[in-house]
Write a protein that binds this ligand. Sequence first.
Ligand SMILES: Cc1cc2nc3c(=O)[nH]c(=O)nc-3n(C[C@H](O)[C@H](O)[C@H](O)COP(=O)(O)O)c2cc1C
Length: 374
Amino acid sequence: MNLYQTLLQPLVFNRLNADPEAVHQQLIRTCAWIDRHGDRFPAAFLKQQLRQQLTLETPQLQQQLWGLEFPNPVGLAAGFDKDGVAAGLWASFGFGFAEVGTVTAQAQPGNPRPRLFRLPLDRAAINRMGFNNQGAAAMAATLKARNTQSVPLGINLGKSKITPLEQAVEDYLSSFQLLQDWGDYFVVNVSSPNTPGLRSLQTEAQLAPILAALSQANQARKPLLVKIAPDLEWAEIAAIVDLAQKYDLAGIIATNTTIARSGLKTKIIVQTGQAVADEAGGLSGAPLQQRSTEVIRFIYQQTQGQLPIIGVGGIFTAADAWAKIAAGASLIQVYTGWVYEGPWMVRQILQGLQFRLAERGIKSLQEAIGTALT
Ligand SMILES: Cc1cc2nc3c(=O)[nH]c(=O)nc-3n(C[C@H](O)[C@H](O)[C@H](O)COP(=O)(O)O)c2cc1C
Protein backbone atom coordinates (compact mmCIF):
# COMPACT_ATOMS: atom_id res chain seq x y z
CA MET A 1 0.00 0.00 0.00
CA ASN A 2 1.40 3.40 -0.93
CA LEU A 3 0.38 6.87 0.17
CA TYR A 4 -2.20 7.15 -2.60
CA GLN A 5 -3.88 3.86 -1.76
CA THR A 6 -4.02 4.47 2.00
CA LEU A 7 -5.03 8.15 2.00
CA LEU A 8 -6.19 9.47 -1.32
CA GLN A 9 -7.84 6.52 -3.01
CA PRO A 10 -10.46 5.96 -0.26
CA LEU A 11 -11.38 9.66 -0.49
CA VAL A 12 -11.54 9.53 -4.24
CA PHE A 13 -13.55 6.32 -4.28
CA ASN A 14 -15.98 7.49 -1.60
CA ARG A 15 -16.80 10.51 -3.65
CA LEU A 16 -17.06 8.31 -6.70
CA ASN A 17 -19.68 6.23 -4.97
CA ALA A 18 -21.81 9.35 -4.64
CA ASP A 19 -21.17 10.50 -8.20
CA PRO A 20 -18.68 8.32 -10.06
CA GLU A 21 -17.89 10.89 -12.72
CA ALA A 22 -17.50 13.93 -10.49
CA VAL A 23 -13.94 13.20 -9.37
CA HIS A 24 -12.86 12.46 -12.90
CA GLN A 25 -14.30 15.73 -14.16
CA GLN A 26 -12.68 17.66 -11.34
CA LEU A 27 -9.32 16.04 -12.07
CA ILE A 28 -9.60 16.82 -15.77
CA ARG A 29 -10.56 20.43 -15.05
CA THR A 30 -7.56 20.81 -12.74
CA CYS A 31 -5.20 19.20 -15.26
CA ALA A 32 -6.57 21.42 -18.04
CA TRP A 33 -5.99 24.51 -15.90
CA ILE A 34 -2.40 23.49 -15.10
CA ASP A 35 -1.79 22.75 -18.77
CA ARG A 36 -3.21 26.11 -19.89
CA HIS A 37 -1.27 28.13 -17.33
CA GLY A 38 1.81 25.92 -17.24
CA ASP A 39 4.21 28.76 -18.06
CA ARG A 40 3.51 30.82 -14.91
CA PHE A 41 3.15 30.44 -11.15
CA PRO A 42 1.47 28.50 -9.56
CA ALA A 43 0.71 26.11 -12.45
CA ALA A 44 4.35 26.07 -13.54
CA PHE A 45 5.35 25.06 -10.01
CA LEU A 46 2.74 22.28 -9.86
CA LYS A 47 3.85 21.00 -13.24
CA GLN A 48 7.44 20.94 -12.10
CA GLN A 49 6.45 19.06 -8.93
CA LEU A 50 4.58 16.47 -10.98
CA ARG A 51 7.61 16.02 -13.22
CA GLN A 52 9.95 15.64 -10.27
CA GLN A 53 7.77 13.08 -8.54
CA LEU A 54 6.39 11.09 -11.40
CA THR A 55 8.71 11.01 -14.39
CA LEU A 56 11.69 8.77 -15.01
CA GLU A 57 14.32 9.19 -17.72
CA THR A 58 14.69 5.77 -19.27
CA PRO A 59 17.09 5.64 -22.24
CA GLN A 60 16.71 1.84 -22.57
CA LEU A 61 12.95 2.23 -22.82
CA GLN A 62 13.03 4.85 -25.57
CA GLN A 63 11.71 3.84 -28.94
CA GLN A 64 11.48 5.18 -32.46
CA LEU A 65 8.25 4.07 -34.02
CA TRP A 66 6.49 5.43 -37.10
CA GLY A 67 9.15 8.16 -37.17
CA LEU A 68 8.07 9.32 -33.72
CA GLU A 69 10.23 9.38 -30.61
CA PHE A 70 8.58 7.62 -27.65
CA PRO A 71 10.55 8.41 -24.45
CA ASN A 72 8.96 5.37 -22.80
CA PRO A 73 6.35 2.77 -23.79
CA VAL A 74 3.61 3.62 -21.24
CA GLY A 75 0.77 5.74 -22.61
CA LEU A 76 -2.48 7.15 -21.30
CA ALA A 77 -5.35 5.23 -22.91
CA ALA A 78 -8.23 6.84 -24.79
CA GLY A 79 -11.28 8.00 -22.85
CA PHE A 80 -9.45 9.71 -20.01
CA ASP A 81 -8.97 13.08 -21.72
CA LYS A 82 -11.82 12.93 -24.20
CA ASP A 83 -11.50 16.51 -25.45
CA GLY A 84 -7.72 16.82 -25.28
CA VAL A 85 -8.02 19.63 -22.74
CA ALA A 86 -4.89 18.53 -20.85
CA ALA A 87 -3.02 17.13 -23.84
CA GLY A 88 0.20 18.94 -22.98
CA LEU A 89 0.28 17.78 -19.37
CA TRP A 90 0.34 14.00 -19.61
CA ALA A 91 4.10 13.90 -20.13
CA SER A 92 4.44 15.49 -16.68
CA PHE A 93 2.66 12.44 -15.21
CA GLY A 94 5.44 10.28 -16.65
CA PHE A 95 3.60 9.03 -19.72
CA GLY A 96 5.61 8.31 -22.85
CA PHE A 97 2.61 9.20 -25.02
CA ALA A 98 -1.07 10.04 -24.64
CA GLU A 99 -4.18 9.31 -26.67
CA VAL A 100 -7.00 11.84 -26.52
CA GLY A 101 -10.62 11.22 -27.53
CA THR A 102 -12.71 9.42 -28.42
CA VAL A 103 -13.80 12.46 -30.36
CA THR A 104 -16.72 12.45 -32.78
CA ALA A 105 -17.56 14.74 -35.70
CA GLN A 106 -20.59 16.11 -33.81
CA ALA A 107 -20.46 17.27 -30.19
CA GLN A 108 -22.60 14.93 -28.10
CA PRO A 109 -23.60 14.51 -24.43
CA GLY A 110 -23.14 10.74 -24.19
CA ASN A 111 -25.48 8.42 -22.30
CA PRO A 112 -27.54 9.45 -19.27
CA ARG A 113 -25.76 9.27 -15.90
CA PRO A 114 -24.85 7.23 -13.96
CA ARG A 115 -22.65 5.68 -16.62
CA LEU A 116 -19.37 4.89 -14.85
CA PHE A 117 -19.14 2.27 -12.13
CA ARG A 118 -16.24 1.02 -10.03
CA LEU A 119 -15.89 -2.64 -9.07
CA PRO A 120 -13.16 -2.46 -6.41
CA LEU A 121 -13.42 -6.16 -5.50
CA ASP A 122 -12.46 -6.99 -9.07
CA ARG A 123 -10.08 -4.04 -9.61
CA ALA A 124 -12.32 -3.17 -12.53
CA ALA A 125 -14.73 -0.60 -13.92
CA ILE A 126 -17.81 -0.70 -16.11
CA ASN A 127 -18.55 2.31 -18.28
CA ARG A 128 -21.17 3.25 -20.82
CA MET A 129 -20.13 6.85 -21.30
CA GLY A 130 -21.21 6.79 -24.96
CA PHE A 131 -18.53 9.11 -26.39
CA ASN A 132 -19.45 12.25 -24.46
CA ASN A 133 -17.30 14.94 -26.09
CA GLN A 134 -17.33 18.45 -27.49
CA GLY A 135 -16.76 17.41 -31.08
CA ALA A 136 -13.83 17.41 -33.49
CA ALA A 137 -13.89 21.16 -34.24
CA ALA A 138 -13.66 22.03 -30.53
CA MET A 139 -10.81 19.57 -30.05
CA ALA A 140 -8.95 21.03 -33.02
CA ALA A 141 -9.25 24.53 -31.48
CA THR A 142 -8.07 23.24 -28.09
CA LEU A 143 -5.06 21.42 -29.52
CA LYS A 144 -4.15 24.37 -31.71
CA ALA A 145 -4.03 26.64 -28.66
CA ARG A 146 -2.15 24.24 -26.36
CA ASN A 147 1.34 24.50 -24.99
CA THR A 148 3.93 22.41 -26.76
CA GLN A 149 3.53 18.73 -26.17
CA SER A 150 6.73 16.85 -25.57
CA VAL A 151 5.48 13.29 -26.13
CA PRO A 152 3.60 11.82 -29.09
CA LEU A 153 -0.13 12.53 -29.09
CA GLY A 154 -2.68 10.13 -30.54
CA ILE A 155 -6.21 11.13 -31.47
CA ASN A 156 -8.91 8.49 -31.20
CA LEU A 157 -11.83 8.94 -33.62
CA GLY A 158 -15.34 7.55 -33.18
CA LYS A 159 -18.67 7.79 -34.96
CA SER A 160 -21.25 10.37 -33.87
CA LYS A 161 -24.31 8.71 -32.41
CA ILE A 162 -26.76 10.56 -34.67
CA THR A 163 -24.91 9.56 -37.83
CA PRO A 164 -26.42 6.41 -39.34
CA LEU A 165 -24.00 3.50 -39.74
CA GLU A 166 -24.25 3.82 -43.55
CA GLN A 167 -22.72 7.30 -43.28
CA ALA A 168 -19.93 6.25 -40.93
CA VAL A 169 -17.25 6.82 -43.55
CA GLU A 170 -18.09 10.53 -43.97
CA ASP A 171 -18.34 10.94 -40.20
CA TYR A 172 -14.87 9.52 -39.47
CA LEU A 173 -13.47 11.40 -42.44
CA SER A 174 -14.77 14.78 -41.33
CA SER A 175 -13.23 14.35 -37.84
CA PHE A 176 -9.95 13.27 -39.40
CA GLN A 177 -9.89 16.24 -41.75
CA LEU A 178 -10.45 18.67 -38.90
CA LEU A 179 -7.83 17.09 -36.69
CA GLN A 180 -5.15 15.69 -38.95
CA ASP A 181 -2.70 18.53 -38.29
CA TRP A 182 -2.95 18.19 -34.50
CA GLY A 183 -2.22 14.54 -33.77
CA ASP A 184 0.93 12.45 -34.23
CA TYR A 185 -1.08 9.28 -34.81
CA PHE A 186 -4.78 8.52 -35.36
CA VAL A 187 -6.97 5.68 -34.19
CA VAL A 188 -10.14 4.41 -35.84
CA ASN A 189 -12.21 3.29 -32.89
CA VAL A 190 -14.74 0.71 -34.00
CA SER A 191 -14.78 -1.20 -30.74
CA SER A 192 -16.64 0.77 -28.10
CA PRO A 193 -19.66 -1.18 -26.85
CA ASN A 194 -21.51 2.04 -26.01
CA THR A 195 -22.52 3.44 -29.39
CA PRO A 196 -25.26 1.33 -30.96
CA GLY A 197 -23.95 -0.69 -33.90
CA LEU A 198 -20.40 0.71 -33.70
CA ARG A 199 -18.74 -2.66 -33.26
CA SER A 200 -20.37 -3.93 -36.45
CA LEU A 201 -17.95 -1.57 -38.21
CA GLN A 202 -15.24 -4.10 -37.35
CA THR A 203 -16.42 -6.36 -40.15
CA GLU A 204 -14.34 -6.27 -43.29
CA ALA A 205 -17.17 -4.93 -45.46
CA GLN A 206 -17.74 -1.92 -43.20
CA LEU A 207 -14.20 -1.24 -42.02
CA ALA A 208 -12.56 -1.33 -45.46
CA PRO A 209 -14.27 1.83 -46.83
CA ILE A 210 -13.44 3.77 -43.64
CA LEU A 211 -9.77 2.80 -43.87
CA ALA A 212 -9.72 3.51 -47.61
CA ALA A 213 -11.18 7.01 -47.12
CA LEU A 214 -8.86 7.94 -44.26
CA SER A 215 -5.79 6.56 -46.05
CA GLN A 216 -6.64 8.63 -49.08
CA ALA A 217 -7.20 11.80 -47.06
CA ASN A 218 -4.01 11.22 -45.10
CA GLN A 219 -1.82 13.76 -46.94
CA ALA A 220 0.86 13.91 -44.28
CA ARG A 221 0.97 10.12 -44.01
CA LYS A 222 0.31 10.17 -40.28
CA PRO A 223 0.25 6.72 -38.65
CA LEU A 224 -3.28 5.28 -38.71
CA LEU A 225 -4.28 2.49 -36.32
CA VAL A 226 -7.46 0.60 -35.58
CA LYS A 227 -8.64 -0.22 -32.05
CA ILE A 228 -10.39 -3.54 -31.65
CA ALA A 229 -12.65 -5.25 -29.12
CA PRO A 230 -11.54 -8.24 -27.06
CA ASP A 231 -14.82 -10.02 -27.80
CA LEU A 232 -14.07 -10.78 -31.47
CA GLU A 233 -13.56 -14.32 -32.72
CA TRP A 234 -10.06 -15.26 -33.96
CA ALA A 235 -11.27 -15.28 -37.57
CA GLU A 236 -12.64 -11.76 -37.18
CA ILE A 237 -9.35 -10.55 -35.73
CA ALA A 238 -7.45 -12.26 -38.55
CA ALA A 239 -9.66 -10.42 -41.07
CA ILE A 240 -8.88 -7.07 -39.43
CA VAL A 241 -5.16 -7.89 -39.46
CA ASP A 242 -5.43 -8.59 -43.21
CA LEU A 243 -7.19 -5.27 -43.74
CA ALA A 244 -4.59 -3.45 -41.65
CA GLN A 245 -1.90 -4.85 -43.92
CA LYS A 246 -3.87 -4.14 -47.06
CA TYR A 247 -4.36 -0.48 -46.12
CA ASP A 248 -0.85 -0.17 -44.78
CA LEU A 249 -2.03 0.75 -41.30
CA ALA A 250 0.61 1.64 -38.73
CA GLY A 251 -0.71 -0.80 -36.16
CA ILE A 252 -3.52 -2.21 -34.05
CA ILE A 253 -4.62 -1.23 -30.55
CA ALA A 254 -5.69 -4.27 -28.56
CA THR A 255 -8.00 -3.98 -26.78
CA ASN A 256 -11.01 -1.91 -25.88
CA THR A 257 -13.32 -2.86 -22.97
CA THR A 258 -15.22 -6.16 -22.96
CA ILE A 259 -18.93 -6.92 -22.86
CA ALA A 260 -18.14 -10.23 -21.08
CA ARG A 261 -18.92 -10.45 -17.37
CA SER A 262 -17.53 -13.87 -16.47
CA GLY A 263 -15.60 -14.55 -13.28
CA LEU A 264 -16.46 -11.32 -11.47
CA LYS A 265 -16.55 -11.28 -7.68
CA THR A 266 -18.79 -8.20 -7.66
CA LYS A 267 -22.44 -9.18 -7.86
CA ILE A 268 -24.21 -5.86 -7.29
CA ILE A 269 -23.17 -2.39 -8.42
CA VAL A 270 -23.19 -0.23 -5.30
CA GLN A 271 -24.38 2.97 -6.99
CA THR A 272 -27.44 1.46 -8.63
CA GLY A 273 -28.20 -1.71 -6.67
CA GLN A 274 -28.35 -3.49 -10.05
CA ALA A 275 -26.86 -6.91 -10.71
CA VAL A 276 -23.50 -6.52 -12.46
CA ALA A 277 -24.60 -8.76 -15.29
CA ASP A 278 -27.51 -6.40 -16.03
CA GLU A 279 -25.44 -3.21 -16.01
CA ALA A 280 -24.70 -2.42 -19.65
CA GLY A 281 -21.31 -1.12 -20.73
CA GLY A 282 -17.70 -2.10 -21.22
CA LEU A 283 -15.70 -3.81 -18.50
CA SER A 284 -12.08 -2.70 -17.99
CA GLY A 285 -9.29 -3.44 -15.53
CA ALA A 286 -7.99 -6.70 -14.10
CA PRO A 287 -10.67 -9.04 -15.54
CA LEU A 288 -9.68 -7.91 -19.05
CA GLN A 289 -5.98 -8.50 -18.61
CA GLN A 290 -5.63 -12.06 -19.82
CA ARG A 291 -7.92 -11.77 -22.81
CA SER A 292 -6.27 -8.61 -24.12
CA THR A 293 -2.85 -10.26 -23.83
CA GLU A 294 -4.14 -13.28 -25.79
CA VAL A 295 -5.37 -10.96 -28.53
CA ILE A 296 -1.97 -9.25 -28.68
CA ARG A 297 -0.22 -12.62 -28.93
CA PHE A 298 -2.52 -13.71 -31.72
CA ILE A 299 -1.95 -10.55 -33.77
CA TYR A 300 1.81 -10.75 -33.25
CA GLN A 301 1.83 -14.34 -34.46
CA GLN A 302 -0.42 -13.61 -37.42
CA THR A 303 1.86 -10.80 -38.59
CA GLN A 304 5.19 -12.36 -37.56
CA GLY A 305 5.73 -9.24 -35.51
CA GLN A 306 5.57 -7.00 -38.59
CA LEU A 307 2.66 -4.84 -37.42
CA PRO A 308 3.20 -2.75 -34.27
CA ILE A 309 0.67 -3.38 -31.50
CA ILE A 310 -0.37 -1.06 -28.70
CA GLY A 311 -1.37 -3.34 -25.83
CA VAL A 312 -4.02 -2.22 -23.37
CA GLY A 313 -6.21 -3.97 -20.81
CA GLY A 314 -5.77 -4.56 -17.10
CA ILE A 315 -2.22 -3.30 -16.63
CA PHE A 316 -1.49 -2.48 -12.99
CA THR A 317 2.14 -3.51 -12.53
CA ALA A 318 5.45 -3.89 -14.36
CA ALA A 319 4.76 -7.63 -14.55
CA ASP A 320 1.47 -6.92 -16.35
CA ALA A 321 3.21 -4.51 -18.73
CA TRP A 322 6.02 -6.98 -19.38
CA ALA A 323 3.52 -9.74 -20.19
CA LYS A 324 1.94 -7.53 -22.88
CA ILE A 325 5.34 -6.55 -24.34
CA ALA A 326 6.58 -10.15 -24.30
CA ALA A 327 3.34 -11.16 -26.07
CA GLY A 328 4.12 -8.66 -28.84
CA ALA A 329 3.11 -5.13 -27.81
CA SER A 330 5.53 -2.36 -28.81
CA LEU A 331 3.73 0.16 -26.62
CA ILE A 332 1.19 -0.18 -23.83
CA GLN A 333 -1.58 2.00 -22.42
CA VAL A 334 -3.28 2.25 -19.05
CA TYR A 335 -6.58 3.58 -17.76
CA THR A 336 -8.31 1.62 -14.97
CA GLY A 337 -5.06 0.50 -13.31
CA TRP A 338 -3.90 4.10 -13.11
CA VAL A 339 -7.10 5.09 -11.33
CA TYR A 340 -6.69 2.28 -8.79
CA GLU A 341 -2.94 2.46 -8.25
CA GLY A 342 -2.47 6.21 -8.42
CA PRO A 343 -0.16 8.49 -10.37
CA TRP A 344 3.01 6.75 -9.20
CA MET A 345 2.05 3.67 -11.18
CA VAL A 346 3.72 4.78 -14.44
CA ARG A 347 7.08 5.31 -12.78
CA GLN A 348 6.84 2.00 -10.94
CA ILE A 349 6.11 0.23 -14.21
CA LEU A 350 9.07 1.93 -15.90
CA GLN A 351 11.39 0.97 -13.06
CA GLY A 352 10.12 -2.61 -13.20
CA LEU A 353 10.62 -2.77 -16.96
CA GLN A 354 14.17 -1.44 -16.63
CA PHE A 355 14.85 -4.06 -13.99
CA ARG A 356 13.52 -6.84 -16.21
CA LEU A 357 15.69 -5.73 -19.13
CA ALA A 358 18.77 -5.65 -16.90
CA GLU A 359 17.94 -9.03 -15.37
CA ARG A 360 17.80 -10.61 -18.81
CA GLY A 361 20.80 -8.74 -20.18
CA ILE A 362 18.61 -7.08 -22.86
CA LYS A 363 19.83 -3.63 -23.96
CA SER A 364 16.66 -2.10 -25.34
CA LEU A 365 12.95 -2.56 -25.08
CA GLN A 366 12.63 -3.41 -28.77
CA GLU A 367 14.51 -6.65 -28.17
CA ALA A 368 11.93 -7.67 -25.54
CA ILE A 369 8.90 -7.36 -27.84
CA GLY A 370 7.36 -10.73 -28.59
CA THR A 371 9.99 -12.66 -26.64
CA ALA A 372 7.38 -14.86 -24.98
CA LEU A 373 6.77 -16.38 -28.40
CA THR A 374 10.31 -17.18 -29.48
C1 LIG B 1 -14.35 5.39 -18.21
C2 LIG B 1 -13.72 4.85 -19.44
C3 LIG B 1 -13.90 5.53 -20.65
C4 LIG B 1 -13.31 5.04 -21.81
N1 LIG B 1 -13.49 5.73 -22.97
C5 LIG B 1 -12.88 5.30 -24.11
C6 LIG B 1 -13.00 6.02 -25.31
O1 LIG B 1 -13.61 7.08 -25.37
N2 LIG B 1 -12.40 5.50 -26.42
C7 LIG B 1 -11.67 4.35 -26.40
O2 LIG B 1 -11.12 3.95 -27.43
N3 LIG B 1 -11.53 3.65 -25.26
C8 LIG B 1 -12.11 4.10 -24.12
N4 LIG B 1 -11.95 3.39 -22.96
C9 LIG B 1 -11.21 2.12 -23.00
C10 LIG B 1 -9.75 2.29 -22.60
O3 LIG B 1 -9.06 3.14 -23.48
C11 LIG B 1 -9.05 0.92 -22.55
O4 LIG B 1 -9.02 0.36 -23.87
C12 LIG B 1 -9.74 -0.07 -21.64
O5 LIG B 1 -10.26 0.56 -20.50
C13 LIG B 1 -8.79 -1.19 -21.18
O6 LIG B 1 -7.72 -0.68 -20.44
P1 LIG B 1 -7.68 -0.66 -18.83
O7 LIG B 1 -8.01 -2.04 -18.37
O8 LIG B 1 -6.27 -0.23 -18.50
O9 LIG B 1 -8.69 0.34 -18.40
C14 LIG B 1 -12.53 3.86 -21.77
C15 LIG B 1 -12.35 3.19 -20.56
C16 LIG B 1 -12.92 3.67 -19.40
C17 LIG B 1 -12.69 2.93 -18.10
